[in-house]
Design a protein around this ligand. Structure first.
Ligand SMILES: C[S@@+](CC[C@H](N)C(=O)[O-])C[C@H]1O[C@@H](n2cnc3c(N)ncnc32)[C@H](O)[C@@H]1O
Length: 277
């Protein structure tokens, strides 16, 4: 039974680091005319109304995208996707990962979106009904991803963005990356993970560090946990396999200031190679 609903969290600091990284990767893939395939294993609801009851209840976008939408270091291509969904100048619609992908998609590129939740997949089907070259799969992506790899064309990005509702999702995600890499070693993989007070997401990093996969970059933003804070998310990270050339330098330049703008003046960013060449 899935209870996670991304509508409560859309546009928060985690979405910002995830979607700006996604945008920088898609920008890099778009530099060559060759087609690419974008695979989103956990598509979510595509578009989120920041005035909705869910978004208003948590107010997470206020501390996330609203703090950085005008920041000079926010990548312009990502900002432009948001501006295009809010043409009257008021930030009300937040575009999720499939919408970010569609903004970069050219005629020759293919999008594959997977979502397990019945209501959410209905949103995906509705929002993407006029998109070209887009397939929607209503299935468990931990089973579905290996079945479609390697994709045609054999160039592209897999975004893996689980909700980590249960602890085993960390090992399942690590296994999914290992299996996917065996089938498609030249693909780019971008895995979002939370940074929690209790540190349990480290399982994912430890497993992938020991997997034999080369070229794994880690980019994180986080704040210090309060002295009496025993659970909860204090930041998040992106684990990137085969990142495009110079993505490490781009993230190194922009994340420290964006982290402070969203998570407070003591927030930190770190960009490092978990496994090198
Ligand atoms: C964090 S949200 C995705 C947000 C989206 N990627 C974005 O950035 O806009 C995670 C989504 O994964 C879905 N989900 C959970 N387990 C799944 C699974 N095994 N396969 C596919 N989707 C799953 C949830 O219903 C939820 O909509």
């Amino acid at each position: 039974m899935l209870s996670y609903r991304h509508a409560f969290h859309a546009g928060n600091h985690a979405d910002v680091i995830k979607h700006l990284t996604q945008a920088l990767i898609l920008e890099a893939l778009s530099k060559k005319a060759k087609p690419y395939c974008y695979i989103d294993t956990h598509a979510g609801g595509v578009l989120y109304d920041l005035d909705s009851e869910e978004a208003q209840k948590t107010g997470e976008a206020e501390q996330g995208i609203c703090q950085v939408i005008d920041h000079p270091l926010l990548p312009q291509s990502y900002r432009q996707v948001i501006i295009d969904y809010n043409s009257d100048g008021v930030l009300q619609v937040y575009p999720g990962s499939p919408a970010v992908a569609q903004a970069f998609q050219r005629e020759q590129d293919h999008l594959i979106l997977m979502e397990l939740h019945n209501n959410e997949v209905a949103n995906v089907k509705r929002e993407t009904r006029y998109w070209n070259n887009t397939s929607v799969h209503h299935r468990d992506s931990f089973e579905g991803l290996p079945a479609i790899l390697p994709p045609t064309p054999r160039r592209g990005l897999v975004l893996i963005d689980p909700s980590y509702e249960i602890k085993t999702d960390y090992t399942k995600t690590a296994k999914a990356v290992k299996n996917a890499y065996k089938r498609w070693a030249t693909g780019i993989y971008a895995v979002w993970y939370p940074i929690l007070v209790d540190d349990k997401s480290r399982i994912l990093l430890d497993e992938l560090e020991q997997s034999g996969i080369r070229r794994i970059l880690i980019a994180e933003i986080s704040r210090e946990a309060g002295t009496d804070e025993t659970f909860g998310m204090i930041g998040s990270g992106m684990l990137l396999v085969n990142p495009p050339y110079q993505l490490d330098e781009q993230l190194q330049e922009i994340l420290p200031e964006l982290a402070q703008a969203m998570l407070g003046p003591d927030a930190k960013a770190s960009v490092r190679w978990l496994v090198g060449e």
